[in-house]
Design a protein around this ligand. Structure first.
Ligand code: 8OZ
Length: 364
């Protein structure tokens, strides 16, 4: 055992993070009209800037990529301008911020799709999950299978959104390859029954994710790209018969592309870490860049795993909601505030930007 702490600087590609604590992407459903993030989002992220790195909420790369009400996009000029307010506010406080780029695939509803179209997926298999739409939870719609000649357009949407991210002032992007959304729907055979070059073998199912990563790397540079994966998570009704060889291959190929970090949801997203047997060390070994560990970490577990050499950075999600000064609280052993689940998704400032820091709470 060496004696490292989370509170020491870490070099992530061209960036120097002041600590190893990363704010995980958190969906908050507060984008305004035009799905544009505004002043409120700028205030929210700026309050949490002491994180070594902020990763934004999942942000759709196109209108078709949306699956929940009021989630922000990054495909219009107004959205680029809205995100610019966020990145300026974070940078003014000395922070660093990546945007998570997202296509939901089949986890959507016709009421969220352009012209009421069916959501798209690798295969026409409806997900056993719900989405938030029309101010309530509804079963997702029946998807249609993407045609082979539509896939370059999806890759291009990610590439363009990455270019837009740089125009909006982001330090980099995270490609959302996890939690049952489009890229994972291709990876996992429970959702992918294609018989073309994007289905069947381990290589074929990884193809779309790897094409997206390569296109985004060509556009903005691999040192500004992270990829998030969740090998054994059943999130959004997904399943995979062979996660170990599938993700060993993905880790190797992403390593060859030189992306800066691999963000790994270890277990069921937001749930048990031991949901299914999986050797995460095999990914750690294959991927020589930064390993960002996620799921159920607290200070003790993160510190222990750091000192075992199992990960470089650690994502904290829900703890950041009620604790804008989470880094300071972890460092000083201060108690953590709980957040109000009723204000997690949607609404305004309440339960978003009004959680006090320790210092603010002391003067209230
Ligand atoms: C919670 C609610 C809606 C979406 C994910 C983007 O699971 C999400 C998400 C989380 O990755």
């Amino acid at each position: 055992m060496t004696d490292m702490t989370l509170f020491e600087p870490y070099a992530l590609g061209p960036l120097t993070l002041p600590n190893r604590i990363v704010m995980a992407p958190l969906t908050r459903n507060r984008a305004g009209s035009g799905l544009v993030p505004g002043e409120l989002a700028a205030a929210y992220y700026a309050q949490r800037t002491s994180a070594g790195l902020l990763i934004t909420e999942a942000t759709q790369v196109s209108a078709q990529a949306q699956g929940y009400q009021d989630t922000p996009g990054l495909y219009t000029q107004a959205q680029i301008a809205g995100w610019r307010k966020v990145t300026d506010a974070v940078h003014a406080k000395g922070g660093r911020i990546f945007v998570q780029l997202w296509h939901v695939g089949r986890v959507s509803h016709v009421d969220l799709q352009p012209e009421g179209a069916a959501p798209v997926a690798p295969s026409a298999i409806r997900a056993a999950t719900k989405t938030f739409v029309n101010n309530g939870f509804s079963t997702v719609s029946e998807p249609r299978a993407l045609e082979l000649d539509e896939l370059p357009g999806i890759v291009n949407d990610f590439r363009q959104a990455a270019a837009n991210a740089i125009a909006a002032g982001f330090d980099g992007v995270e490609i959302h390859g996890a939690n049952g959304y489009l890229l994972e729907q291709f990876i996992k055979d429970g959702a992918n029954q294609r018989s073309d070059a994007y289905g069947g073998s381990v290589e074929n199912r990884a193809r779309l994710l790897l094409e997206v990563a390569a296109a985004v790397a060509q556009e903005i540079g691999a040192e500004r790209i992270g990829v998030r994966i969740s090998p054994v998570s059943p999130a959004n009704g997904i399943s995979c018969s062979d996660p170990q060889p599938q993700y060993n291959y993905i880790a190797e190929r992403l390593n060859a592309l030189g992306i800066v970090y691999l963000h790994v949801v270890e277990g069921a997203t937001g749930g048990p870490r031991d949901v299914a047997p999986f050797d995460f060390d095999a990914l750690r070994t294959r991927f020589e860049g930064t390993y960002l560990a996620n799921n159920g970490y607290d200070l003790d577990l993160a510190t222990a795993r750091l000192n075992m050499g199992k990960a470089d950075l650690f994502a904290f999600g829900r703890a950041f909601i009620g604790n804008p000064d989470l880094v300071e609280r972890l460092k000083t052993g201060a108690p953590l505030a709980q957040f109000n689940p009723a204000t997690l998704y949607g609404g305004g400032a309440q339960g978003y930007t009004d959680y006090p820091t320790l210092a603010e709470a002391a003067t209230e």
